[in-house]
Structures are given as C-alpha cells and as structure tokens.
Design a protein around this ligand. Structure first.
Ligand SMILES: Cc1cc2nc3c(=O)[nH]c(=O)nc-3n(C[C@H](O)[C@H](O)[C@H](O)COP(=O)(O)OP(=O)(O)OC[C@H]3O[C@@H](n4cnc5c(N)ncnc54)[C@H](O)[C@@H]3O)c2cc1C
Length: 289
C-alpha cells in the first residue's frame, strides 16, 4: 500500500481522490467527526448547492470507489514508523497523510452547544448570506475583545442590524468608535442564555436570526505530535507540498491551515496529494525523501 490517509472529511477525501487517480494504492480511515457535521448545508462550496455535509462526503466516498481507494471506518489510534514507512491499523504504508482536522471549543454559555451548526454558527462567509439583512448577534469571546470586535465588524457586512454581546467585557474607546462607524450596537452585560435569540442576565431578550460566536480551535488528533511533527499555533507545520517536518508524513486541509473554508481545505489537500505522488515517484526511481 502506498498511502494511508487519516481523516475522511473534505480534505482527506480530496487527497485520496487525487492519489487514487494517480494510480496510487490508498487506504483512507475516518471516524466520522467532520467539523461541520451539525450544519444543515455546506455553503460557499462551488458545485454544492443545498448539499448537507454528510451528503457531500458520501458523494466523495462514491467517487473514491472508482479509483480503488479502500475506505475504513474507525479511529486510528497509532501510527508506527518502521523501515518500510509506517504501520497504520495493521497496514504497511509508505507514507501517511494526516487530514484529521479540528474541533471547536465553544463559548461556555448555555444554549450555544445545543444550537451549534444551526442557530449558532461561527463563520459569516459560510452562513452570512442565508441570514443577510436580518437581526444578528455576535457573541464575543470573553477576555479577547480585539477578536470579538473584529468578528462583529466582519458580520456587519451582511446586515445593518448587528449587536455585539461582549458577555461582560468592557471595550476601549477605539473599539466603540469602530463599531459605531460600522453601525454595530454593543451590549456588555453577561449573557444568560442563547436560544432563538439571546437573553441577557438582566432578563432582556435580543432578537437574533442567527447567533455568531467566536471559537478556539484545536487539533482533533495528536498523531502529528506523537510522530514528532512540528506543531505551531495549533497547526501542523508544512511546506507548500503539505510535507511536515517528519519525512513521509504529510498534513492537509485545516490540520495544517486552520482558517481554511471547506473548499480551501479540499484544494490544499489536492495540491499536497500532487506533491505526495511526486515524492513517491522520486522514491520509486531511487531518490530519497
Ligand atoms: C458548524 C460549522 C459549519 C461550517 N460550515 C461551513 C460551510 O458552510 N462552508 C465552508 O466552506 N466551511 C464550513 N465550515 C468549515 C468546514 O467545516 C471546514 O473547513 C472543513 O470541515 C475542514 O475539513 P478538513 O477535512 O480539513 O477537516 P474536518 O472536517 O475537521 O475533518 C477531519 C476528519 O478527520 C477525522 N479524524 C480525525 N482524527 C482521526 C483519527 N485519528 N482517525 C480517523 N479519523 C480521524 C474526523 O473524524 C473527521 O472526519 C463549517 C465549520 C463548522 C464548525
């Protein structure tokens, strides 16, 4: 087997597709935790109209079958380097592509986790268009006013009716001036609950067609670190071909570039897969890594 791809969301599937089409022997492992799995649709993905996240991945899996890519459901707990490459779940492979993605640490406010992906989202580029010109709340991240203000300013491009709830943080005069210039209203009270709108601790309710939150992102898997790959600022460090600092280990999609939207993650994976194929070819011809 040439390649084990670990992670079968958009990045992993695209890496496997590109490698399968290059006639590489590929096995893909996935444990079904695509980051957007609670969302109703994938937006801003060329060619995907009204497509649910699970449906997009199912289409991808069907495509892979054409090229003989083996897909295995389940979590990879261990990748063991050996003289011939790596052993993954009992399979000998020459190289490993990590497409293990991220998980989102949500604000600790009642209702946020329950609504995540539906009434509560994070990214206006993914979910802003669908609620344009409607009342929106940006829930800030406590202790990170710069990020909270930046997100509210971004959101103001989709609606004239945006309220930034700082959940107890005070803002500077510069922050307030910038928000006022963008037409964003500000509430600094603590937030009691998020539901169909936002309830403040004083009992007041704010209407919101969607609540946008600021999240902290974390790697879904520590395989990269355990393999000795350099990880910096929450991302596996790679070069332009997705090569990590460990020969034979690649990282693609949000594993390596956390800010990527779905199509960007797939594109990154496709570019890296071309590099993987080129590196394997060099190795086939007697070159090293
Ligand atoms: C609520 C929400 C909605 C979103 N909506 C949109 C949108 O509309 N449009 C858009 O462009 N972007 C959207 N995004 C962003 C989008 O989800 C990401 O850009 C995209 O999922 C990144 O894909 P990925 O393949 O890099 O990683 P992920 O989607 O995070 O997938 C990683 C995969 O690896 C698997 N995995 C991890 N570790 C292991 C292991 N050890 N063994 C086996 N499998 C493993 C996981 O199960 C998962 O399937 C949204 C994000 C969220 C949170």
């Amino acid at each position: 087997m040439d390649v084990a791809v670990i992670g079968g969301s958009v990045a992993g599937l695209q890496a496997a597709l590109t490698l399968g089409r290059a006639r590489r022997q590929v096995v893909l492992f996935d444990d079904g935790q695509a980051r957007n799995r609670t969302a109703s649709h994938v937006h801003n993905y060329l060619g995907a109209v009204d497509v649910a996240p699970a449906e997009l991945l199912a289409i991808g899996r069907r495509q892979l079958a054409t090229y003989g890519v083996e897909v295995r459901d389940g979590r990879v707990e261990e990748v063991t380097p050996d003289d011939d490459g790596f052993v993954v779940d009992g399979r000998q492979v020459r190289v490993v592509v990590l497409a293990t993605g991220l998980w989102d640490e949500l604000p600790d406010v009642p209702g946020v986790a329950d609504g995540w992906g539906q009434s509560v989202v994070a990214c206006p580029h993914c979910h802003g268009w669908e609620v344009r010109d409607q009342p929106l709340v940006q829930l800030g991240m406590r202790g990170a006013p710069d990020r909270s203000v930046a997100r509210a300013l971004l959101l103001s491009r989709w609606s004239d009716d945006v309220v930034l709830c700082t959940d107890g943080d005070a803002l500077s005069g510069t922050h307030l001036d910038r928000l006022a210039a963008a037409g964003v209203k500000v509430r600094t009270e603590r937030v009691a609950e998020v539901g169909s709108g936002v309830r403040l601790v004083n009992g007041e309710s704010l209407a919101a067609r969607r609540v946008f939150v600021v999240v902290r992102q974390h790697q879904q898997s520590d395989l990269a670190e355990r393999l000795g790959c350099q990880v910096a600022d929450g991302a596996v460090v790679v070069d332009e071909g997705g090569r990590t600092t460990v020969p034979g280990v690649y990282a693609v999609g949000t594993t390596a570039a956390p800010a990527l939207l779905a199509i960007g993650a797939a594109g990154h994976a496709s570019t890296a897969a071309v590099a993987v194929h080129g590196d394997l070819l060099e190795s086939d011809l007697g070159g090293g890594w």
